[in-house]
Design a protein around this ligand. Sequence first.
Ligand SMILES: *Cc1c(COP(=O)(O)O)cnc(C)c1O
Length: 381
Amino acid sequence: MTHPETRVIHSVVPSLPDCRPLSPPIYQTSAFAFDDPEAFAFSLGSPEGFAYSRRANPTTRALEDTLAALEGGVAAFATASGMGAINAVLLSLLRPGDHVVAQRCLYGGTFAVFTDLAARFGIEVTYFSDTPVFQDNTKVLYVETIANPMTGVSDLPALAAAAKCAGVTVVVDNSFASPLLCQPLRHGADIVIHSTTKYLAGHSDVIGGAAVFASADLFRSTWTYAGELGAAADPFGSWLTLRGMQTLALRMERHCSNAEYVATRLLTHPAVSAVHWPGLAGHPDHAIAKRLLSGYGGVLAFDLASRAAGRAFTSKVRLAALAASLGGVETLVLHPASTSHQALDAAALRAAGIGEGTVRMAVGLEHPEDIWADVEQALDD
Ligand SMILES: *Cc1c(COP(=O)(O)O)cnc(C)c1O
């Protein structure tokens, strides 16, 4: 088996009679024409064939196969967004009366989905900080490898082992780590979710998602449901994602080293009361991160004195942009309490460990000294 650094570059492309394209072709077609009605019938109902691009498309398949190989899964399907993948997986696994136990510190959009699932479909959702409590009706354990925005790192092997005993399906959102830093299926997860919008595509130019599966049965049932939902990725989006992924290994190295540089400098700045980045020795999950991750990621958070100071910082940066998202080449900042996590009230914010003055920074690929110079001038009064 080749290394992940090699696999992101060599995606599976279809062959022509005596050659093959170096870059996967974009099959920008809604449907495929057949001579044989039986072949048509088979292809329409199977993830193996191509009949209609809402269900399967060769460009998207190249992305799915590459992702499955990177994560060590048996198969994957790609979706139009990370939220598309999250909804397809959850709606396929859950029925009214079922229970989900989810990590407390979650991506804001995912938290909103759980709130809706509870209110609209009678699905019970409870949140945990350290140890999940399983019930008789628990079907899904939901965690993020590196949690947004406070960068907590889940002890995946321990969580997965406990879930296995309880017969609970483990779903891990691996967007913040990317398959280059962690492969949750190897630690016992059943399904890995990605917002490919982030590090995988990597250039802030496409919205996409994916779900990768450890078992063929789980893949098959969820793939069928995703087709009914209409969550499929567009071939051009899949192609952009594959193109971006070819440099994933190089980009992750630089994201991680730039984040280390900024985190280390923030530690000694008088306006900053705490820095949250799993690579720091003082981070509560540093030991877990060291064991599970091959790099500590490009996202960090830091605490300023007040809500006003946090917001002011995000308006004073000049090189960095105030924007949602992360994983692109450029540095982005936001103030979670008033933007991405505004749905959380003061108590919920505290429970998730998010401070009123916390700033999240997705460190980009610029020269580290330029990023720091921008941070420093924005911290000055
Ligand atoms: C962005 C993000 C999502 C949602 O993905 P979209 O592509 O924006 O739909 C889900 N989880 C995490 C951790 C994210 O960062």
